[in-house]
Structures are given as C-alpha cells and as structure tokens.
Ligand binder design. Sequence first.
Ligand SMILES: N[C@@H](CCC[C@H](N)C(=O)O)C(=O)O
Length: 308
Amino acid sequence: MSASGLPASLAGLPFAKGHGTGNDFVLVADPDGGREVSAAEVAAVCDRHRGIGADGFIRAVRSEHLPEGQALLQSDPAAEWFMDYRNADGSISEMCGNGVRVFVHFLLAEGLVSLAEGETLVIGTRAGLKTVARVDKGYAVDMGPWEFIHPDHAAAKAMDAVVNAAGLEVPRPGLSVSMGNPHTVVALAELSELAATSLVAAPTVQPEPEHGTNVEFVVPAEPLVENGVGLLTMRVHERGVGETLSCGTGACAAAVATRFWAGRDAPNEWAVTVPGGVVGVRFLTAEDGREHVELSGPAVLIARGTLL
Ligand SMILES: N[C@@H](CCC[C@H](N)C(=O)O)C(=O)O
C-alpha cells in the first residue's frame, strides 16, 4: 500500500478520466501489454471515495499482446487496439458500448491512432470486433448482431424472465438479450414507476443468465414513435457496478426488446434517454447480411493524471 492508500503497484501509473453520457471510466494506455491489472487494483482505482472513482476501468493494449487480441487479428489485421474492460468491482465484462466510444476518443487524444472524417477504426473486444466512426455528436459503433440469451426462446415468447426490484409492487416479466454481454430488459408503464424503482440493490432475475446480467427498466414513450424514431426512457443496474447514469449496451438491449415487443411496424431508429443524457440506437443490415445494432453518442475526456 502506498501513502495514498492505493496499492503500491499502481504508484506512478498515468491515467485519463472520461465518460460517455455520464458512464465514467479510468483509462490507461498499455501499448505493449506489460501492465496487467488485478481485480483489487481496478476496484481501488474505481472507488468513489478513496480512488479516482469510475464505473469501469479500460486498458488500451495492442491486440498482438493479448491472446484474445491475437485471435481477432487473424480475422482482421486492422484491429491493432484491444479494449481490456473491467467493471468497477474488478470483474471482466465482454463489452461496454459507452466505453468503446470513450476508448477511441482516448486513443485519438493520446496520438495512438488517427480517424479522419469518413474513416472507421476496428477495435478488438472480448465480444469481437467493433467498427467505430466519427459522427456529428461523437462516435457511432457497429455493435454487431444481438441475440436472445435463452436458447429455448421461441419467437412467439415475448418474455423469458421474472425480475424483481425494491420499489416495484409486483415482480415483472423481462426479456434477456445479449449484446456480447448479458442484459435483461423490463418494461414499465409509467415514468413515476421508473422513479420509484430502487436500484441500490441488484434486481433479482429468474432464470438468471449464466454469468449474471445487467438489468434495464424502460418506459416506452406514448406515442412510441416520433418522426420515425422510437423513444425510450431507461434506468440501469449494471453487473459489477450498481446503478449507473448510462449503459450503451443496455440501451441497445432496451431497443432490441422494445422493438421485438412492438412488432412488425416498430422503427429501426431509437433514442434512449438515460439519467446521463441520450444515446442513439439503429438497426442496420450489415455487409455480412445479418442485422447489426449501431450505437451512437458522445465521448468526453475530463482529466489526465498520475496515480500516487
Ligand atoms: N456501461 C457499459 C457496460 C459495462 C459492462 C457491464 N457492467 C457488464 O458487466 O456487462 C456499456 O456502456 O455498455
């Protein structure tokens, strides 16, 4: 332990702090992959009282230095950089939608990549390759295809989980969706019900996806669609964190579930309002012929520093 109270192993480590719609991250550049971080180190840095404070910790490593990255380089040699993502408690997550935008913003600010208007950057993640472009108000990320988590999910079955949280009058039906990482989405009828739901403790989900789940409570607007865009308000309890101001993969899962519930005439474009702002979600047919989900939103860096 150093005098700062942080693990002594972290002393002298340069970092940046950033966020995407209030979902905040500590970012560290480790191009040669020599600076593995432990769960205890991540938890200490992300501690909001004794550390820098963040929902997640992101290490930028050249893909060639990680086994997961090497595998991705075989399918796309352009995937030079890998986003090594940890939740605030130190656990690993496969993917972070807000994080990947902030990650690219960080790589640009550090001069590690360039990304001109009209160009794209391919990033390696534990949920596969993600293609990122600059857009008007930030970055757009091709998040790849979505999937139902429960393999026995029948297309006719609108719900496949029962979710409970403090403040709900009765347990609610939910739908579990993978965006590379797990989500369970619950629709509520009223904004007042959303406000009354307590996310201090993790909601219970039955059956719970094998590796736990992030839980999104959504209130579809009435009317649902304005100028061709579906409108949702969402709060989220993130696996490995707690309630956060935003979750990019969660917003994608929320749009997937609500579009599924709304049926054939539901729009392909969505605006998801979270406590920290608004993110955009679009459904596109990609070059591989499959439906992909695109997430767009801002990315901000607020500070650079050195851990003591
Ligand atoms: N906030 C992220 C998701 C981060 C990972 C999540 N907590 C998990 O464990 O899967 C996002 O913006 O997608």
